[in-house]
Design a protein. Structure first.
Length: 132
């Protein structure tokens, strides 16, 4: 909110969240740069994996504005599915493509960690008084 001093207990957590979002952006940027240099058609299986990352980004967007445990669970499942699929694909796709997919994997980990940060920022009905 504009004009209101931030809650001092949350400032560090919010800063950490911004730093994590920056890491997500960097991972996407560097992977996109690598994909541009690949100059080959990406396999259908890789596109399915990248779609999972896109789905998790959209789920996180929804969770950011309204925390929903079902969406968070789906994010965890997508992450696990992505990791399993990459292990299955390592012999079936070119090494450069595999490198791009493995470089994108931390995005899913960062998004899962961000959901934990969001949970810590939730307002609860009764705030306990701080002891000095």
């Amino acid at each position: 909110k504009r004009g209101y001093p931030p809650d001092p207990e949350k400032v560090t957590v919010i800063y950490h969240m911004i730093a994590m979002l920056d890491k997500v952006r960097d991972a996407i940027k560097y992977s996109a740069r690598d994909a541009a240099f690949l100059r080959k058609k990406v396999s259908e299986s890789s596109i399915k994996n990248l779609a999972l990352i896109n789905e998790n980004l959209q789920l996180f967007y929804g969770v950011f504005y309204k925390y929903d445990a079902k969406r968070v669970t789906e994010m965890y499942q997508n992450r696990d599915t992505y990791i399993r699929r990459i292990k299955d694909l390592k012999e079936k796709i070119p090494p450069a493509e595999l490198l791009i997919l493995t470089n994108m994997e931390p995005i899913l980990e960062f998004l899962v960690e961000l959901t934990k940060i969001l949970l810590s920022l939730q307002e609860y009905p009764a705030k306990t008084p701080r002891l000095l």
